[in-house]
Design a protein around this ligand. Sequence first.
Ligand code: NAD
Ligand code: UPG
Length: 463
Amino acid sequence: MKITKICCIGAGYVGGPTMAIIAQKCPQIQVTVVDLNEERIAAWNHTDVSQIPIYEPGLSEIVAEARGCNLFFSTNVEKAIDEAQMIFISVNTPTKTYGKGKGMAADLKFIELCARQIAKVAKDNKIVVEKSTLPVRTAEAIKSILDNTGNGVKFQILSNPEFLAEGTAVQDLLHPDRILIGGDITEEGQKAIQALVDVYANWVPLERILTTNVWSSELSKLTANAFLAQRISSINAMSELCEKTGADVNEVAKAIGMDSRIGSKFLKASVGFGGSCFQKDILNLVYIAKSYGLNEVADYWEQVIIMNDHQKRRFSDNIVKTLYNTVSGKKIAFLGWAFKKDTNDTRESAAIYVADDLISENATIAVYDPKVVRKKVLADLDYLETRTTEANSNSILSFETPYEACEGAHAIAILTEWDEFVAYDWQKIYDSMQKPAFVFDGRNILDKTVLQKIGFVYQAVGS
Ligand SMILES: NC(=O)c1ccc[n+]([C@@H]2O[C@H](COP(=O)([O-])OP(=O)(O)OC[C@H]3O[C@@H](n4cnc5c(N)ncnc54)[C@H](O)[C@@H]3O)[C@@H](O)[C@H]2O)c1
Ligand SMILES: O=c1ccn([C@@H]2O[C@H](COP(=O)(O)OP(=O)(O)O[C@H]3O[C@H](CO)[C@@H](O)[C@H](O)[C@H]3O)[C@@H](O)[C@H]2O)c(=O)[nH]1
């Protein structure tokens, strides 16, 4: 089957960039990305392409090239479903906040809504691709809805999890380590798999396109995230031990990373991992394991989250302790609010939790992040429901430049590893601060020797 029309439901951090690359690499395919969120679609269609809703290096250029040619953003979900032969579901699958599985299981209500809408609208056979990260065996539920509520047309469900990381989405999509496609072992299933393979084969070498059964594909996504997050919690656990023993976590990471069996990636100690995926996906994995009665498996993976929470709390506790056991009335400058560099995404950013702890100790937080606006910072804090919106707003100062954020501050906390932070005039910053001037480097990006020479009291994670 030759695919000429693709629809993607969900114009978020995955749907937008993924479809932009498919459109760029497959000029013969018309790609329509739809979303219920009108504001988001309007932003994707903004005449000034720098205003698209997601910041990713290189993305706006690709959108500018393909948009209006074979890449379209629309709120007309039904029309796009009707016209497409292949429909990607790329909607959010957050942790449940209510009912059974609250705080652990993935909330599949948006997925089910998509399945019901596809069933209602489809008048001819369609391939439905799970792009969202889903619990293992979700394809079964989608198939049941499609087969029982549809118009008698035939659906093939494929699992095609996305492995891009934010901040490097464009490069990850252009040069993926692998593309994973899970499908039925039936003849029809294999044809559907081949149709999707043919799409990716426009730019991905065939040896990097892996096909499996649906359940392996669904579970591989959760497994990959669990393994990646586990490495960060493992090195963060060692960072605490390094601080007690005089070892340096950067040196330990380098030493173990040179063992080719361990590898050097994802061994950067930090204030704790954030992002919309790691915590959500591990909690989901823990919930699935528990639901099969696999308590030891569940406990094993839950420890990754427990360690990460500990790391964030340890960072804020240390700030309070070092500032003579009180931050009340003190100005703490936050450099960075995003969960990592090169993205405007703040979901589950460690900065939110560290700020929340410090505000509870009556500190004032002065935030500077090159890509995150004040509205987002306040919304993130309000989401925790620790205090009123007004109290959060009174405790957060936002600045357009780092120098203003740091002026008069008692301490600086580095929460995101933005490259520009390294290049600042640290002498100028020091001169404008209260003394002693503290720097708590939650990303280990600054040069300790240089900062100490200027006069800062400098503390990094894990040394
Ligand atoms: N963010 C990442 O880096 C990343 C990477 C790999 C996988 N994932 C997974 O991909 C999925 C999407 O993540 P995201 O970060 O793009 O989420 P997101 O919240 O940025 O985007 C999801 C979009 O789906 C829309 N939506 C929800 N229900 C809809 C419906 N019924 N019809 C139309 N639109 C609807 C929302 O309005 C939203 O704009 C999740 O399952 C996530 O776990 C995310
Ligand atoms: O050595 C490291 C590596 C990362 N981090 C932090 O871990 C978090 C997640 O980083 P990263 O994995 O690079 O970004 P995500 O966009 O969350 O990507 C992850 O989650 C996505 C969503 O499922 C997957 O597709 C990706 O493969 C997976 O890397 C961030 O807060 C990072 O700062 C560290 O603290 N130390």
